[in-house]
Design a protein around this ligand. Structure first.
Ligand SMILES: NC(=O)c1ccc[n+]([C@@H]2O[C@H](COP(=O)([O-])OP(=O)(O)OC[C@H]3O[C@@H](n4cnc5c(N)ncnc54)[C@H](O)[C@@H]3O)[C@@H](O)[C@H]2O)c1
Length: 489
């Protein structure tokens, strides 16, 4: 079965009908079955029999449906996942979370007859309680958008991989996370010309068409030119696509080449570093560096698909894994909830963690594809990180290490003592530095210059609590000095 779960107002019944039309199956609405069984609308069942009675019947009807199996598309009521028996039975099926935020759900449910949508505070409390349950059972996460579930099925097929459907103003695509997903058929057009770097080629891209030198030094206009020319020599056409296999440097470079080759051909991103899986390969920003500045020439080019195959992390050296881990911690602070809990516990970075990070990045980009506002939260920790990198030089400190330190400074500026201690512990456990020998005045000078370039009040991203991160927060210079000085002690 394909089973749709999600909060009230997510549009599960409509999506189930759309999906059934797409797959040629029948749509089954659990609430409609219950209404039939009681011989009255669900709202009336609540009034006459009480919620407990409704839940008992719901559990029976839903577990019966799930045991029956078949090809049907089932829309569950929003509360069905509160039953452990239902959650257990859902393991056998392709469960899709139709994702909606509390505000949209409230707007859609107001004035309806839904018994649990009368009081805003109670509604939001219920939303918060159920959210982790949906996340626990769902293999797929698809935003509540007209037709999105049907388009996702068309693109991916009804497969039990973990998938988040990325929807931005300029395009929609699947982000697949799991072991072995690199072989997934993405339906990208024509031939896929594989672009990779020399380190990754023998490991994960044997026989690649275009092989560039590894690392940031090669993320240049010159390398891009070499890639374009190689594509011409190979006979790549507008009907083909690029398949980028590698870390963030390869996905940025190859993505940029795809965005510009013959004015743009599709790109499939196959990230092979933790950093690229949770960050670089998702969101459609592509770029190369200039000698004067990083990521200064580029384009927004959403991929056709992202295939984050955890098998590839098996060859990643520990130091590079740690680089990505700093971004995992950043992402968990932005996301809060279950992701933060897992990361704060010091859990290993497994499929669940990578998936939750990818989801978070997808959600932020969906809200703000072109960096108008919300996307800036992704820069948490990055103002101080960039300044430290500039002062020490990219050869002395790597980006991930600088981001870890930047997070500590941002948490100090957020007056989050306890959280800062926690994050320092997490970084230290992965052998990421929590202090650094650097000239504080220099760091402040660079950080200030950075801000000027973007306007007088661009400032810091601060953390009110995990899951509540605010961009555009003005911070006094003295506080920044204290936060950076603390890093040098
Ligand atoms: N576009 C975005 O939104 C975005 C976001 C964050 C970062 N980035 C960019 O990402 C880049 C950094 O990414 P990165 O750290 O992945 O860099 P990277 O591509 O240089 O990879 C790091 C190193 O790991 C090697 N490698 C890759 N996969 C491997 C594997 N599976 N096994 C063994 N070795 C492997 C590479 O050859 C390279 O030497 C930066 O250029 C940064 O600007 C972009």
């Amino acid at each position: 079965l394909i089973v749709l779960v999600g909060f009230m107002g997510a549009g599960k019944s409509t999506a189930a009908r759309e999906l059934a039309a797409e797959t040629g199956a029948a749509a089954v609405d659990a609430d409609a079955l219950l209404a039939e069984r009681f011989g009255m609308p669900v709202a009336e069942v609540f009034e006459r029999h009480g919620e407990a009675e409704f839940r008992r019947a719901e559990e029976e009807v839903v577990t019966g449906l799930l045991a029956r199996g078949g090809d049907d598309v089932v829309a569950l009521g929003g509360g069905a996942v509160e039953s452990p028996r239902v959650r257990e039975a859902l393991r056998e099926h392709l469960v899709i979370l139709l994702d909606v935020d509390a505000e949209t759900a409230w707007a859609r449910c107001q004035g309806s007859k839904r018994p649990l949508a009368r009081d805003r505070d109670a509604f939001e409390a219920l939303f918060a309680r159920r959210r982790p349950l949906y996340e626990e059972v769902a293999r797929w996460v698809v935003p509540s958008r007209r037709g999105a579930v049907a388009r996702a099925i068309r693109a991916v097929g009804a497969r039990p991989v973990r998938m988040v459907w990325a929807a931005t103003a300029s395009g929609e695509y699947p982000v697949l996370v799991g072991h072995g997903v690199r072989d997934h058929d993405t339906g990208a057009p024509g031939r896929g010309w594989v672009v990779t770097d020399r380190t990754v080629e023998p490991l994960w891209a044997a026989g690649a068409d275009v092989v560039v030198p590894p690392g940031e030094q090669a993320k240049t206009v010159e390398t891009a030119s070499a890639v374009w020319r190689k594509l011409v020599q190979l006979g790549a056409t507008r009907g083909d696509h690029v398949r980028a296999v590698g870390g963030g440097c390869v996905t940025d470079l190859a993505g940029f080449c795809a965005a510009t080759y013959q004015r743009g051909i599709p790109v499939v991103q196959v990230p092979t570093t933790l950093l690229a899986m949770v960050d670089a390969a998702i969101g459609g920003k592509t770029a190369v560096d200039l000698p004067e500045a990083k990521n200064y020439v580029g384009a927004y080019h959403q991929p056709q698909a992202v295939l984050a195959d955890l098998d590839t992390l098996g060859t990643l050296p520990a130091a590079l894994h740690a680089e990505g881990y700093a971004e995992v911690v950043k992402t968990a602070l932005i996301a809060g909830g279950g992701l933060w809990e897992r990361v704060a516990r010091g859990d290993d970075v497994d499929e669940d963690v990578v998936f939750a990070c990818a989801r978070t990045k997808v959600a932020v980009v969906a809200a703000d594809e072109r960096d108008g506002g919300m996307r800036q939260v992704l820069n948490l920790g990055h103002t101080v990180a960039h300044a430290i990198e500039t002062v020490l030089g990219y050869a002395t400190i790597t980006h991930g290490r600088a981001v870890g330190l930047g997070l500590l400074a941002a948490l100090r500026l957020s007056a989050q003592d306890e959280l800062r201690r926690e994050v320092a512990g997490l970084l230290a456990a992965k052998e990421l530095p929590t202090r650094i020998d650097v000239d504080v005045d220099e760091v402040l000078r660079v950080a200030r210059r950075d801000k000027k370039r973007t306007g007088a009040d661009v400032p810091f991203v601060l953390v009110a609590e995990p899951g509540d991160v605010r961009h555009g927060q003005a911070v006094p210079d003295a506080a920044v000095r204290a936060a950076v000085e603390e890093l040098t002690r």
